[in-house]
Design a protein around this ligand. Structure first.
Ligand SMILES: [Zn+2]
Length: 342
């Protein structure tokens, strides 16, 4: 068995080796403590960190040390802060990182306002569920004029995009129902300028959003990659679902003339009468002579808690072929391999 001192020595050695690779991943309180102790004595090691992944368990208690760690990083470009804790970096306005371009975090939105305001050069931002109960998220007062990739609840990220540099947008509810802004608000004409360069879009929709695809096509006609996920909470009657009309779907697809990849997740099955789900999808793909550029389609239907039916269609020349198929019933103990749905 290793002695305590040898264990600590090994931890320091591991930390030193990690820094040599410019990437540091910390996922326990002990490794956090150990790394900070080392970095305080050898600040050149902390200064060499480019990529920091900090994933701490909910029981983590040493919050001030997180600030100490961040203050030692002089050259970091990518930060992953996965800490489901209250306000561990509040008052972080002083945390300016001259080379920081990417931030992924689960921290409360009110806790990262200072960090974002201090680092308006960010290109990539991915935030977790919103923690505000008011009608206005604190992130709404922040501007990220250079951001090209945004991911988060729509009411929180829609004000961040500002300029028309955004290329990749993920607007989903992230497990929270009480967010006040409907994803459709993205597709209001007042946002068209901000969406002018978006080529990849992932957005939630509701089964009664009959015009979802049409609205998207009007706002972001240059899309090449589109992913739609139906929210289960507000399902309506099946008769209203737009996918039941292949020609309407096909028409909306035609309004996205550069689209190459389409992924969609439904909470319900897609069989119609005696027609199978495959028949339904085939009709979307072949209606109106088919789409000129669409090549890859993934449909996840009857989706519940990681189960359901997953099908992949690929186009070779003018023919669509179902290249992958998997079904896991909702009462199964197994889960779908949803690797195709990313
Ligand atoms: Zn928010």
């Amino acid at each position: 068995m290793l002695t305590r001192s040898k264990t600590r020595k090994q931890a320091h050695e591991d930390a030193r080796k990690a820094v040599i690779a410019n990437i540091v991943s910390i996922n326990t309180e002990y490794s956090l403590q150990s790394f900070v102790q080392l970095a305080l004595h050898r600040q050149e090691l902390a200064a060499a960190v480019h990529f920091l992944i900090l994933k701490l368990p909910r029981t983590t208690s040493r919050l001030p040390i997180v600030k100490t760690l961040l203050s030692l990083l002089k050259d970091v470009t990518d930060l992953v802060l996965d800490m489901p804790l209250a306000n561990p970096i509040a008052g972080s306005q002083f945390l300016y990182f001259s080379n920081l371009t990417s931030l992924t975090t689960t921290l409360p939105h009110r806790a990262i306002v200072g960090l974002l305001e201090a680092n308006p050069q960010l290109l990539y931002l991915d935030v977790g569920p919103c923690d505000t109960r008011s009608a206005c998220c604190p992130l709404n007062k922040v501007a990220l004029p250079h951001v090209t990739h945004l991911a988060g609840p729509p009411g929180c990220v829609m004000r961040l995009m500002g300029e028309s540099l955004l290329e990749n947008l993920v607007a989903t509810y992230r497990g929270r129902r009480d967010v006040f802004v409907h994803p459709e608000h993205f597709f209001h004409p007042t946002n068209f300028d901000a969406l002018a360069r978006v080529s990849t879009l992932h957005v939630d929709f509701y089964s009664d959003d009959l015009d979802t695809l049409i609205r998207i096509a009007a706002a972001v006609p240059q899309l090449t990659n589109l992913k739609l996920t139906e929210r289960a909470e507000f399902r309506c009657t099946r008769t209203k679902s737009i996918w039941r009309s292949p020609s309407k779907w096909a028409n909306a697809f035609q309004s996205l003339p550069k689209l190459t990849t389409f992924l969609v997740k439904f909470t319900q099955g897609l069989s119609l009468g005696i027609s199978s789900e495959d028949d339904t999808v085939s009709r979307w793909l072949t209606a109106n002579q088919g789409h000129p550029t669409l090549r890859h389609v993934v449909v996840w239907s009857s989706a519940r808690e990681g189960r359901g039916s997953l099908g992949v269609w690929d186009r070779a020349a003018t023919t669509w072929v179902k290249t992958f198929s998997l079904f896991v019933p909702v009462d199964s103990e197994d889960f779908l391999d949803t690797g195709a749905f990313v």
